[in-house]
Design a protein around this ligand. Structure first.
Ligand code: NAD
Length: 454
């Protein structure tokens, strides 16, 4: 592939290893994003009527915060890090060098189409790599503006955008990359992992999952409902860390349902279809998939659709069974199943029915119960008495575990995943202890104590 060959040649010029060069390009990217912020909002609105507020908060300002942090810390992150030397190697100085991998491939999804393309790109560039970025074909207006921004800021041998669908993605994956960063579904994540394995290419896989939200009998119900509704119906439920289903203690179920309905109406009004604050399902395929999931289910609230516009209103579903379409895999849309539990065993039965989720939420005023859920179950990350907000702190790594992903990023973690940490010991020449060299004359009694020198 021509672009990959060009990027490899460019990487070998050592240009991207110059930290001041990286900083200059990051600044240009920052300037370009700021100047195109309104165009980016328009593109996302055209793609799936994403409200401007959500695009600013969760896409452009989010990546600008990543940029700000990278610009502030790049010199400290990139410089060799000194570690305490061991007695074994004395006299020496011991270091970790941060080495860019080289040619990076980033494949992005459609649900936060700007943020999920640009945030990993920032990490890759800050760490000194070249990048080929493939945005999602499902959001063509955003893909086009990403392409414009990147070509205005970078030479293609440094960063290039290649637009296209599955065929383009597969062609890219057939090449040998030095690192692949993929965000998308678990199913496609497996394909990416297989392709990477052929070349032993390291990967970060940011995948999906079926995220439980547990509400116990001590939870502050009206506040819990407010926070659940916000995190679930933001982006019309098309958020990888949105609540997928609620497990609520049977004693507070009725009260919670009432509070959820009140909050949906408070947020989006009586006529949700006309609300400027509610996105559409991204395309016909996903819209139909969601409609099919509702077949035969007991709808407690919502369920309104408009085929012309891929509109599905915020919908609450009562007690779907574990073998229903709704509970088979990730919902990824504005449908919220509500399931009552009686015992902690019921919680276990549901959570353990799926692979490890990307997020888990607990609403409870019992600290012991909160800690028990955190420590019992494996999941990417989560929140106590809130939803989604774990993504907003750049000091926290963001990523899945098991079927919800491999690796994490954001802030310094992004810099670290796109850097090989190269261990270097710089040995002094003024002294050379003879102990390690054959013939081995050291008494075994002494060798058995060598662990103290490591
Ligand atoms: P997707 O897996 O269908 O597509 C993601 C990317 O992969 C797209 O660019 C697409 O062109 C490409 N692709 C699709 N099929 C492919 C194939 N067979 N071979 C090679 N490439 C292929 O995902 P999506 O529908 O765009 O996004 C939704 C999914 O992403 C959800 O499962 C969601 O949970 C997950 N997601 C995860 C995160 C996270 O940070 N963990 C963030 C957003 C979305």
């Amino acid at each position: 592939m021509d672009i990959l060959r060009k990027q490899r040649d460019y990487f070998f010029t050592q240009q991207t290893k110059d930290v001041s060069f990286r900083k200059r390009t990051l600044k240009r990217l920052q300037k370009e994003i700021i100047s195109r912020e309104d165009d980016i909002c328009d593109a996302l609105y055209k793609d799936f009527k994403k409200p401007k507020f959500e695009t600013l908060a969760a896409e452009t300002q989010f990546v600008l915060a990543e940029l700000k942090q990278a610009l502030k810390h790049i010199y400290v992150w990139a410089r060799p890090e000194r570690k305490t030397a061991t007695l074994m190697n004395w006299p020496s100085s011991d270091w970790i060098y941060k080495e860019p991998y080289g040619a990076v491939l980033i494949i992005a999804p459609w649900n936060y189409p700007f943020q999920l393309a640009i945030a990993p790109l920032i990490g890759a560039i800050t760490a000194g790599n070249t990048v080929v970025l493939k945005p999602s074909e499902a959001t063509p207006n955003t893909a086009a503006i990403i392409s414009e921004i990147i070509s205005a800021v970078f030479e293609p041998e440094h960063v290039a955008v290649i637009e296209g669908g599955v065929d383009v993605s597969q062609e890219l994956l057939a090449q040998k990359w030095d690192y692949i960063f993929f965000t998308g579904s678990t199913k496609v994540g497996q394909i990416v992992y297989e392709s990477a394995a052929k070349h032993l290419t390291p990967v970060t896989l940011e995948l999906g999952g079926k995220n439980p939200c547990i509400v116990d009998q001590t939870a502050s119900i009206s506040l819990s409902a407010k926070r659940i509704v916000w995190g679930k119906f933001l982006n019309a439920g098309q958020t990888c860390i949105a609540t997928d289903y609620i497990l609520v203690h049977k004693d507070v179920k009725a009260k919670l349902i009432e509070a959820l309905i009140q909050n949906i109406t408070r947020c989006y009004g009586e006529h949700i279809e006309t609300s400027q604050d509610f996105s559409r399902t991204v395309n016909q395929g996903h819209y139909q998939r969601l409609k099919d999931m509702l077949e035969g289910e007991e709808i407690l609230f919502g369920g309104q659709t408009n085929d012309e516009d891929n509109y599905l209103s915020p919908t609450l579903v009562n007690e779907p069974t574990l073998d229903s379409k709704l509970m088979y895999g990730e919902i990824f849309g504005p449908i919220l199943p509500i399931i009552a539990y009686e015992s902690e065993n019921d919680i276990r039965k549901h959570i353990m029915n799926y692979g490890k989720p990307l997020a888990t939420y607990v609403f409870s005023n019992r600290k012991k119960f909160q800690e028990k859920i955190i420590n019992t179950y494996s999941f990417g990350g989560g929140a106590i008495n809130d939803t989604v907000i774990q993504i907003t702190n750049k000091k926290l790594p963001f990523g899945g575990v098991g079927s919800s992903g491999i690796g994490a990023y954001h802030g310094k973690t992004s810099f670290d995943i796109f850097s090989h940490h190269k261990a270097i010991i710089k040995k002094a020449n003024w002294m050379d202890a003879p102990l390690r060299y054959p013939p081995y004359n050291l008494p075994m009694k002494f060798v058995k104590k060598v662990k103290h020198l490591f």
